[in-house]
Ligand binder design. Structure first.
Ligand SMILES: [Zn+2]
Ligand SMILES: [Zn+2]
Length: 330
């Protein structure tokens, strides 16, 4: 991405004492204090392997049917365009993909890159369920396994085992998405101790259904059944389908194409276009090098809206202990 930035081999995460804006210049080590993943020490010897050989089951018809339904619904939505539908879909996308997945499931719950009051944490987790990517315990557990085995045996979705597999194959023909909570429990003791997360992981579909019913009802009351259906198709089917592919691209494209700033032990890449679609998750080589940093776009030109959201929460006094891979001007 830039010849002016050095590849580093050491951790650069630190809990930020100040909140200065992104600085340009050469990248240097600040202070090494990476927060370890909150796995249960008593169980760390027993690893969960979720590679293709361990989890491929053949096509899972219910999951495949759901995915097909959402894709068909997304196409149908195109015949119901309105500016209102577009704006509602965009807002819901931001709540699900940026607040829910990027800021919530990923940077907060999986890597604990910052802290927020419990109620805010729960709100971000509920937003995450609006992405149709399952509940927080399964998502976080699977992603921690991904970091443990990235692009090696046991990785749930490495393109080393096929590009299609890494994008959607592992969802529709692998058992990773159907792992019992207990199988991943040792990776997520922080969440399985919490009754709300146990409940939300079991009933992750409730927020989505609630939003869907609200969209149909409000649309129908406002302009008739056709308006209600249009709002529903855009706010749920089209918006969810685009969000799924955006997230899946982080698993497929950013382990295949893009630049590598850091010489990590995996194939992770920095991809500007995946970053645009996901709110900054595309700076994936940066992320694998510094997983606990809640800032993924490390240079000023690396657009990272999910971090800007965390920065805003910090400015408002809501986010604390913000872990950040820091730049120092040379
Ligand atoms: Zn990765
Ligand atoms: Zn991660």
């Amino acid at each position: 991405m830039s010849g002016s930035l050095e590849a580093l081999t050491e951790e650069t995460c630190e809990t930020r004492g100040d909140s200065s804006s992104p600085a340009s210049g050469r990248l240097h080590i600040a202070q090494a204090s990476p927060a370890p993943l909150p796995t249960d020490p008593a169980n760390t010897r027993a690893e969960v392997r979720m590679g293709r050989a361990d989890s491929e089951t053949g096509l899972i018809w219910t999951t495949t049917a759901f995915m097909a339904l959402f894709h068909l619904g997304a196409i149908a939505a195109l015949f119901f365009f309105s500016w209102t539908n577009l704006i509602v879909a965009a807002v819901l996308y931001i709540f699900a993909i940026n607040l829910g997945i990027g800021m919530g499931y990923h940077r907060l719950l999986t890597h604990r890159g910052y802290t927020v009051p419990k109620l805010v944490e729960y709100f971000l987790a509920v937003c995450g369920t609006l992405s149709l990517e399952g509940g927080p315990i399964g998502w976080v557990g699977t992603h921690r396994v991904h970091h443990q085995h990235s692009d090696h045996d046991g990785d749930p979705h490495t393109p080393q085992e096929g590009t299609w597999w890494s994008h959607v194959g592992w969802i529709i023909s692998g058992k990773a998405m159907h792992s019992e909570t207990i199988g991943l429990a040792r990776y997520v003791p922080d969440l399985t101790r919490d009754r709300f997360y146990l409940w939300l992981s079991k009933y992750h579909w409730i927020p989505m259904v609630t939003v869907a019913v609200a969209l149909i009802t409000i649309g129908t009351l406002a302009g008739g059944i056709k308006v209600g259906i249009g709002l529903f198709l855009w706010g749920i089917f089209l918006r969810v389908t685009l969000g799924l592919h955006a997230t899946w691209l982080v698993n497929s494209a950013t382990h295949l194409w893009g630049s590598r700033r850091f010489d990590t032990k995996d194939d992770s890449r920095n991809s500007w276009w995946v970053a645009l679609l996901t709110g900054g998750e595309g700076w994936h080589n940066n992320h694998h090098a510094h997983p606990t940093s809640c800032r993924h776009g490390l240079a000023w030109y690396e657009f990272d809206p999910n971090y800007y959201g965390i920065w805003l929460l910090e400015k408002l006094g809501i986010a604390k202990k913000v872990q950040i891979a820091k730049f120092v001007r040379s």
